[in-house]
Design a protein around this ligand. Structure first.
Ligand SMILES: [Fe+2]
Length: 373
């Protein structure tokens, strides 16, 4: 699960339920004996998001986090089979242990957890829950309220988290990739350099790390020098450092999912019609067969990336808070394990158009100054 630290957990959880098709899963707050922090957990398929806020004045850690980052992802939790072993391995490699392995317990059983520091203020919680049968985690109770509107809305059709992307400042990508290889025994799964990932104005580099089973995939990005400020740099400046840039959620029916999410009022990036004209032309020279109707994909602004053996369909939301930081992706895979490199250019052109409206597509000069255009 992912934990977001936000200014108003109740309203954030409601947004994800109403716009994206999540349902309330579990709650802890004053009514359940949690005196300092309130948390609303929501669920869709296997995806669980937790929204947490401070309850009292003077919560320095959560307050400082909110002032610096705005609403954002604080923690990406992994289910593990042996929490103590993994923490010991990470410790031997020099990882910062934020919280030592400890056991939480209630009437539904026991959970063993520990917290490791990763990039920026982001953490990873390792959760060993084989002995637990409760709703979510010890201390969480049933939701206090279920919005009756939710049952009347069309399904979000989102099944599981496909990947979680972390943005880094320039030259920090490789050290972060090394951190995952050293401390969590991840390996390099995929990478692209700034020659492949550039628009007229900006560029980025990306390396994807994955666990042994390749069930967890974490792309790590950094900006590369271009004519204007990279969107990765824009993120880093507004987030106040490294952090989670986007979360991709996998669906087995992206057309219905996006139709439904648009009907629910979710806002997505748009794609120019020229993208689909080019795509139709390029597909004539490829062996791959796209089973979906391209006219429907175009009408919904769904992007296609492919090679001879398969393809993926993907779409990105606008940022889900006022700062141009975290956004979401919906992805459907057909025998294709990439991350949409073929779409980066058109996606970035769309992001840069918004970046320009925000006054952040600034011209970079050799001495490091920048000017608004
Ligand atoms: Fe992605």
């Amino acid at each position: 699960h992912l934990t977001f630290w936000v200014g108003n957990a109740k309203q954030a959880a409601s947004y994800y339920c109403n716009k994206l098709g999540f349902e309330p899963l579990a709650y802890r707050g004053l009514e359940t004996g949690s005196r300092d922090v309130v948390s609303h957990a929501v669920k869709q398929g296997k995806i669980v998001y937790v929204f947490s806020s401070a309850l009292n004045p003077g919560n320095k850690e959560m307050g400082d986090h909110l002032v610096k980052h705005g609403d954002g992802v604080k923690d990406v939790a992994f289910t593990v089979t042996d929490c103590d072993f993994l923490v010991q391995k990470a410790r031997e490699q020099g990882a910062v242990i934020v919280m030592e392995p400890h056991t939480l317990e209630d009437k539904s059983g026991k959970v063993r957890l520990a917290v490791l520091q990763t990039y920026g203020d982001t953490t990873h919680t390792l959760v060993e829950r084989s002995g637990y049968s409760g709703l979510f985690l010890p201390g969480f109770h049933s939701p206090l309220f279920k919005d009756p509107l939710l049952a009347t809305l069309p399904s979000g059709k989102l099944n599981f988290i496909d990947h979680v992307v972390g943005n880094q400042p320039e030259d920090h990508m490789v050290p972060v990739v090394d951190w995952y290889q050293r401390n969590l025994l991840f390996h390099r799964f995929w990478s692209v350099d700034d020659k492949q990932l550039q628009t007229e104005f900006s560029a980025l580099r990306s390396i994807v790390v994955a666990n042994h089973e390749e069930t967890v995939k974490m792309p790590i990005n950094e900006p590369a020098m271009g004519k204007r400020k990279s969107q990765i740099q824009e993120y880093v400046e507004y987030y106040g450092g490294p952090g989670v840039q986007h979360i991709a959620m996998n669906t087995s029916d992206i057309i219905t999912a996006i139709r439904n999410l648009k009907q629910r009022g979710m806002e997505f990036m748009s794609v120019p019609d020229t993208y689909y004209e080019q795509l139709r032309e390029n597909l004539q020279h490829s062996k791959v067969q796209i089973s979906e109707d391209l006219d429907v994909l175009q009408a919904l602004n769904i992007l296609v990336d492919y090679d001879d053996d398969g393809y993926l369909l993907q779409i990105f939301t606008k940022p889900v808070q006022d700062r141009p930081t975290v956004f979401l992706e919906v992805i459907q895979r057909h025998n294709h394990q990439g991350f949409g490199a073929g779409n980066f250019k058109s996606l970035f052109a769309a992001i840069e158009a918004d970046q320009n409206i925000r006054g952040n597509l600034t011209v970079l000069t050799p001495n490091g100054d920048s000017n608004n255009m």
